[in-house]
Design a protein around this ligand. Structure first.
Ligand SMILES: NC(=O)c1ccc[n+]([C@@H]2O[C@H](COP(=O)([O-])OP(=O)(O)OC[C@H]3O[C@@H](n4cnc5c(N)ncnc54)[C@H](OP(=O)(O)O)[C@@H]3O)[C@@H](O)[C@H]2O)c1
Length: 268
């Protein structure tokens, strides 16, 4: 099986690297195409895969094609690809907001999987939600899942609306976590800790809390009750958050991302 990744950006290289490290595919069965010579030179140095700069030299040979360019480059790319593709090929798009139907119509093919990864994919801890066109077989979906899982976990969703919804939770979510971390680091600095110590305090707190959550089958609110005793310090913090409606504001932020994902999808 030959896999082609189009777009040697952050995400394209993340998948190409994940697949090459996983040993699911042999080295010369992974190709990466990019129009940028600089990026291809970088790819060449990593040498896990074949770097290619001519679309004719890779698209016809590929069984699975990852589409990892920015959405505004899709139209131009599809015009160049259209005469080189065939209906047996499987396309996995990670382009935010670009619908399955748009890809099918633009390329004249049917087998499309639309996926939404997130940034922790870069360290093998990503979450990729995905949905497929009816024409993709169960066996092909099994392969797709194997490839997506090389960068973390994958989650199959019911329809494209849930891709937009997962954009609001897991896709944009890492930034919400960084926002919370930033606020806590600023508080630590104001309390007199150095920057390095503030980083350690905050990062280990996040890592530890997530690990606790993952190792036990308890909801976050149960954990909050466990940490917060009546009249204690944690209760003072949680009461302050409740008084300031932080819970509602976080939900509003997630829905803002969801709404923006829907809006972007209307363009394609
Ligand atoms: N980054 C994230 O966290 C994230 C999360 C979810 C989804 N995504 C999606 O992932 C996709 C890629 O994002 P990214 O951040 O990796 O983008 P990126 O860094 O801009 O990488 C895309 C690469 O594709 C190249 N390219 C553009 N048109 C091409 C063509 N016709 N043929 C070959 N190569 C071409 C670009 O070259 P030039 O630079 O020369 O244009 C660039 O090197 C986007 O569609 C985005 O919506 C990203």
């Amino acid at each position: 099986m030959k896999v082609l990744v189009i777009g040697a950006g952050n995400m394209g290289l993340t998948y190409a690297t994940g697949m090459s490290k996983s040993k699911l595919l042999k080295k010369h069965n992974i190709m990466v195409l990019d129009k940028s010579k600089e990026k291809l030179e970088e790819v060449g140095k990593i040498a896990y895969f074949d770097a290619i700069d001519k679309i004719e030299d890779c698209v016809p040979q590929a069984d699975i094609i990852f589409l990892a360019v920015k959405p505004y480059h899709a139209e131009e790319l599809f015009q160049r690809m259209k005469k080189l593709v065939n209906p047996e090929q499987l396309f996995i798009s990670i382009m935010a907001g670009v619908t399955i139907k748009y890809i099918q119509d633009a390329l004249g093919i049917q087998k499309v999987v639309r996926a939404m990864p997130n940034l922790p994919a870069q360290v093998g801890k990503g979450l990729t939600s995905y949905v497929s066109a009816d024409e993709v077989s169960r066996l092909e979906l099994f392969m797709v899942e194997g490839l997506l899982d090389t960068t973390g976990k994958s989650l199959r969703v019911k329809n494209e609306k849930f891709i937009d919804a997962s954009t609001g939770i897991s896709g944009s979510g890492p930034a919400y976590v960084f926002y919370f971390m930033q606020s806590m680091m600023e508080a630590a600095l104001q309390m007199g800790f150095s920057e390095n110590v503030s980083k350690v305090l905050v990062s280990q707190t996040f890592t530890g809390a997530v690990e606790l959550f993952n190792q036990n089958n308890l909801n976050p609110d149960t954990w909050m009750e466990k940490v917060a005793s009546k009249g204690g310090t944690t209760r003072a913090a949680l009461d302050s958050m409740e008084d300031n409606n932080v819970n509602e504001l976080i939900k509003e932020a997630a829905f803002a991302a969801f709404g923006r994902a829907v809006e972007l999808g209307e363009e394609y």
